[in-house]
Design a protein around this ligand. Structure first.
Ligand code: BGC
Length: 781
């Protein structure tokens, strides 16, 4: 078994804030990720606000969810159907770096003396605030603070407020502010998980102009041919200042210089409002006007009111989504950071989704994966289903691209890309990319869970059923009834979730999830026939679906080959897995992990070794199909050979270990999941947060220690707390009802907050709650 990494955090524990005290340039790269503010559309990586010398690792970035540049994927030895053109989230113009000069001396923390430096991400106010007390080399002492936000209620708007107060002098202060369109993406790095194929400078600047303290820059990507615009305007709290501004299209720059005579002990305040729009949001020629309207509104509101609005938005968010954990302050902080980061990362406009690294860094090219549906979506389904719906709408909006991809691979139906932004398959390594056909079923699984939790038949009629039918149609062509396997339906040459085993026959996860897909497709077909036959007919006409096809789905589902090894009493991961040599992970030096960076894939594929759960994930997702014995046997078999080289891994182990009663172990896996980024446990937080892992942290609390399971129309619970936790409480939204669950060491209580009544079960005993009613159960220790 592999020992899980542990580290001392440089961030202070606090229930609602992430706090850095002191200045830590050696951790700058990672802290830039942590201190990102984003609103699901606009992501401002947490770069220092001041321009500083090249003395620490840094990557200055601003991202717009769903805004991408294309790049050619070149293979010296290519092949038919290989992804040829990738899409990567592109780094857009920077507005958050300032040059501040005090009587000719440049303010930066690498010179002079720092008396105080505190940086705080406040998860109730949705801001990052830095407060600095600094003395220049020539002895000028000054207080400076920066407060930054990306407005949740105004997705195209952000603002930065700067306060400056000279403490022991009066003198000339100059602030240079910019719209700097010279951003580029990280080029290829040693780490295959980082770096896009985007060329050095991906833009052509089409507009750059300014007047007074307001300016606009517009750029177009060279390959995807998408424009975006960025407008910024500055408001000063005092009248007596001089300013100049320049716009230079050739230099991709708009610059503002503001100078004033500052008096000792007086405070000077500057607010910069900025707005971004892209051609994916509005027509190209409306971009400037929309930015201007946004800024005008912001000026009318003023910074204080924007802060108030942000707080109100977050109050509602936390009201619905908060999870309270008592016993370990680092855990309370980590879970809130996870939920907050998910909110910050999630596109809510139907054309964007959740990148594996959110809007915080360049890892995985800003691509969307199955991470969204299997790891992150449950949090939204059971707390804010309207966001889950927008994420599924995104899948509907790229359905045509998925149909096209299926055709390219000579299939009917739809094949969703393993990784993408706007719908194209962007994975250049097909064995751990296109071959992960299970993504199709993962999307269906999320639709199924969403429908079960919301009864949103309109969504199914208008969007969901079409996706499910097209995916079912694709799967019915992916395998065949194999005589040698007793006439069972087999699927050959696929990759399951475990990326350390590729291109295998009858991957259990895939086969079971395909079976689930085909059953659900049949169920939806019958449901629509009963509830709205006109809608069904219309859809069948649109996609030319015949009744025979639906009968075939049922036949395949009933005859799916489901791998099982009776001697070992386990589900074999695939046809060949159990015959391979088991890798003894305890013999591998720690510095060899993750194996994918240190071993050739062929070497990895040859062994029984898993990057992440495959069979165990299947058991977790389709829990009602398996017994406790199945769970235990498979857990014991697969745990020792799992490296957790994917951050998606430990949460699932935590949940299953909790069910098995291995509570210490469950807690250890949970802590690894929850603190992944705050403690930089995998040494790569610099490239961005691990969004799926954060969704996993929520699942580990609710499904793991909360023991929640959802079955057709009932929620059931089997809670148990690990030694280290004193109390866990959360809310669940299910079929329009809101339930509050509170668990302590010796009791569990359930209160119905919204809805007439609800049927629940606690350790198998059913009960009903009416609105406002609570029921308590004693927990056996
Ligand atoms: C995992 C995938 C995941 C991807 C993006 C990989 O390391 O193996 O399952 O989708 O990261 O998070």
């Amino acid at each position: 078994m592999r020992k899980l990494p542990k580290k001392q955090s440089i961030l202070l524990p606090d229930d609602w804030n992430i706090i850095e005290e002191g200045f830590h340039p050696q951790h700058n790269f990672m802290l830039e990720t942590i201190f990102t503010v984003a609103n699901g559309y606009l992501g401002l990586r947490g770069n220092l606000d001041e321009d500083f010398p090249d003395k620490c690792q840094s990557f200055k970035a601003t991202y717009i969810n769903g805004f991408y540049e294309e790049y050619d994927i070149t293979y010296p030895e290519g092949g038919y159907g290989f992804a040829k053109r990738g899409e990567a989230m592109v780094n857009v113009a920077d507005v958050k770096t300032f040059e501040i000069t005090i009587e000719g001396e440049k303010f930066n923390l690498f010179s002079g003396k720092i008396y105080k430096h505190i940086r705080k991400l406040d998860m109730k106010s949705g801001t990052v605030v830095r407060e600095i007390l600094w003395e220049s080399e020539r002895g000028r002492k000054i207080f400076i603070s920066f407060e930054r936000l990306a407005c949740f209620k105004r997705q195209h708007l952000g603002a930065i407020n700067i306060r400056i107060k000279p403490l022991n002098f009066s003198g000339r202060i100059k602030i240079v502010s910019k719209i700097d369109g010279n951003s580029s993406n990280l080029l290829e790095t040693e780490d295959v998980r980082v770096g896009s194929g985007i060329e050095k400078f991906p833009f052509e600047t089409s507009k750059a102009h300014c007047s007074e303290l307001k300016g606009f820059l517009m750029q177009k990507t060279k390959k995807s041919r998408l424009s975006y615009g960025c407008m910024a305007e500055h408001i000063l709290s005092f009248g007596d200042f001089q300013h100049k501004s320049f716009a230079d299209k050739e230099k991709n720059l708009v610059i503002f210089e503001i100078e004033f005579d500052a008096e000792k002990d007086m405070e000077y305040n500057l607010t910069k409002y900025f707005s971004y729009f892209t051609q994916r949001d509005v027509e190209e020629d409306l971009i400037e006007e929309r930015c201007a309207a946004e800024i005008l509104e912001a000026k009318k509101m003023g910074f204080e009111n924007l802060l108030k609005e942000q707080r109100e938005f977050l109050e509602t968010f936390w009201e619905n989504a908060d999870v309270v954990v008592k016993g370990d302050p680092k855990i309370q902080q980590a879970i809130r950071f996870s939920l907050f980061s998910l909110l910050q990362s999630t596109g809510r406009n139907g054309i964007s989704n959740i990148a594996a690294k959110g809007l915080t860094g360049e890892g995985y090219g800003g691509h969307y994966f199955w991470d969204s549906e299997i790891y992150i979506m449950p949090f939204f389904i059971y707390s804010q289903p309207e966001i889950a719906k927008m994420l599924l709408l995104y899948r509907y909006n790229i359905l045509d691209a998925a149909r096209k991809r299926a055709r390219e691979l000579h299939h009917r139906g739809a094949l969703y890309p393993w990784r993408t932004i706007a719908g194209k398959e962007c994975s250049a390594y097909f064995p751990a990319g296109t071959a992960q056909y299970h993504i199709n079923a993962d999307i269906v699984y999320a639709i199924k869970k969403y429908f079960e939790a919301t009864d949103d038949l309109e969504f199914i009629k208008n969007y969901g059923a079409e996706i499910v039918f097209e995916v079912a149609r694709f799967f019915s062509e992916l395998g065949h009834f194999s005589e040698a396997k007793g006439g069972k339906f087999c699927i050959f040459c696929v990759t399951g979730p475990d990326e350390y085993t590729a291109l295998v026959d009858n991957n259990a996860y895939t086969n079971y999830m395909v079976k689930m897909t085909l059953e659900f497709a049949t169920e939806l077909y019958n449901l629509l026939k009963e509830k709205d036959s006109n809608a069904l007919e219309k859809l069948c006409r649109k996609i030319e679906l015949l009744k025979d096809e639906v009968l075939l789905w049922k036949n395949i589902a009933d005859n799916m080959y489901l791998p099982y090894n009776p001697e070992l009493k386990i589900i074999s991961q695939d046809d060949s897995f159990i015959y391979k040599k088991r890798l003894d992970l305890s013999k591998i030096p720690e510095n060899q992990f993750p194996l994918l960076l240190n071993w050739h894939y062929l070497d990895i594929y040859r062994y029984q070794v898993c990057k992440q759960p495959d069979v165990l994930l299947l058991i977790y997702l389709l829990r009602e199909n398996f017994t406790f014995e199945d769970l235990k046997n498979n857990y014991e078999y697969y745990e020792p050979i799992t490296t957790h080289d994917s951050s998606l891994s430990p949460a699932i182990f935590s949940i299953l270990a909790a069910e098995l009663g291995y509570l210490d172990k469950a807690y250890e896996y949970f802590v690894y999941t929850a603190r992944m980024d705050l403690d930089d446990l995998n040494d790569n937080t610099k490239d961005g947060i691990h969004a799926a892992c954060m969704g996993g942290a929520w699942q580990a609390l609710v499904f793991g220690f909360g023991g929640m399971r959802t079955n057709k129309d009932r929620l059931s619970f089997a809670p148990k707390l690990p030694q280290r936790l004193e109390c866990l409480s959360f809310k669940v939204r299910y079929k329009g009802k809101v339930l509050k669950v509170e668990i302590t060491k010796d009791k569990a209580s359930y209160t119905l907050l919204e809805g007439e009544s609800v049927q629940l079960s606690h350790y198998g005993s059913s009960f009903e709650l009416k609105r406002g009613q609570a029921k308590e159960f004693i927990l056996a220790n």
